[in-house]
Design a protein around this ligand. Structure first.
Ligand SMILES: [Zn+2]
Length: 71
């Protein structure tokens, strides 16, 4: 399983990006990372993030979660 984090700050376009922390080189600053949890796939991480923060728009990072990047 991999550790997934979400950027507490939204992108200029409004979405909060989920990252796979171990492999991403486009991570937010450490103080802006919030733990989502440990998952096998980014889809599970995105689902958990949406459940935790239902009012936020959430997307996968284009670099570390390309299969979950939709915007
Ligand atoms: Zn990333």
């Amino acid at each position: 399983m991999s550790k997934y984090i979400i950027n507490q700050n939204a992108q200029p376009t409004g979405e909060h990006e989920v990252h796979k922390e171990a492999i991403c080189d486009h991570l937010p600053l450490p103080e802006n990372r919030i733990l989502v949890g440990y998952f096998d796939t980014c889809r599970q991480a995105i689902a958990e993030a949406k459940a935790k923060w239902p009012s936020n728009t959430i997307d996968g990072c284009a670099y570390c979660c390309p299969e979950c990047h939709t915007r």
